[in-house]
Write a protein that binds this ligand. Sequence first.
Ligand code: AMP
Length: 381
Amino acid sequence: MNNLSELVLENKKLIIRVDMNVPIVEGAIKDQTRILASIPTIKHSLDRGAKILLVSHLGRPSEGNPDVKFSLQPVVDSLKIILDEEVELVSELSDPLIFNSSARIQVMENIRFFKGEKSNSEELGKCLASLCDVYVFDAFGTSHREQASTHSAITHSNQACMGLLLQKEISALTKALNEYENPYTAVIGGAKVSTKLELIKNINEKADFVIVGGGIANTFIKAAGNEIGISLYEESMIDIAKELLDGGKIILPETVITSLSFEGEEVTVKNICDVGENEMILDQMLTRKMQDAINVSKTILWNGPLGVFENQLFETGTRDLSKAIASSIAFSIAGGGETISAINKFIKADDVSYCSTGGGAFLEFMEGKDLPSIQALKSKI
Ligand code: AMP
């Protein structure tokens, strides 16, 4: 794959497909992480004399319906402040001002407003590709989606390359997927086994220890023959959980935090053997075995919380896990929206070797799948 850093960019017209799908409430951006993650690629390109058109999606507007709620205007306003220069929003692909304005940076309005984005239409892909000299793909968080701006535009471009963020993501994730050092601990938490089954299976082959958490742990606790009361779990995953338990790498919780309701009625700390029929497990304590696994590991992968950490009553497991990972000397990688929120809540992003900007893309990459945008970039050589 071509790297942005290898190309001569002087006077080149660049489309950079970024992932600036940030949370916006009443016009205000609640978390700028994704915008900030794209800045190195933008600055690198500007410093080398390129003109830039940024393309991103935001939320899930209905196609062909430019609803102001999903406009990229707040992103444009934020970019102006971060970069301290003019940033212009353009709304039409046929706008004569594209690459023809005094502004060095332009932002195309939400690409999901345009017909053909979601269906990966060739027409839209060709149209985007024809606007620029180089199509820079830097939207790792969207690289698992085969859409016009994430696939067809790359295929039809004169020249395409990876942006600096994509390069960093691929390098860090590859380290945990193929170039890892053992001992290796994987922490897989969150709500459902079914959404992470492929990840669990793939990582179970590589890791020495697999710590399960949240609703995922509940399914394993039940598969091991324990009462879990009214806890969240998946009956359809019990057999596969038993098989995985037989593999001997799964580390189950020993002490859990239960309640009579999700809101936190009668919160109790107890052994997993003592959970009552009317109780739900909403958090777990980090066990000695889990701590030891983290302490001896040279590689740690983390996706998903150990409990309902959004509620202070059920944050202990996720908080203590964050701190254990922060103090480890292992190469540690974390991904997924909830995991990154937990890191920002309990430790700092810098305490982990690499925090991925991907959710679905992170999972699919770590499952060992070829992501469509990366495949398209590879085919450009
Ligand atoms: P995921 O998106 O699969 O990573 O799941 C994250 C969500 O799982 C978070 O919003 C947690 O509140 C939730 N969660 C974690 N532990 C539990 C649990 N024991 N029971 C129900 N939900 C949980």
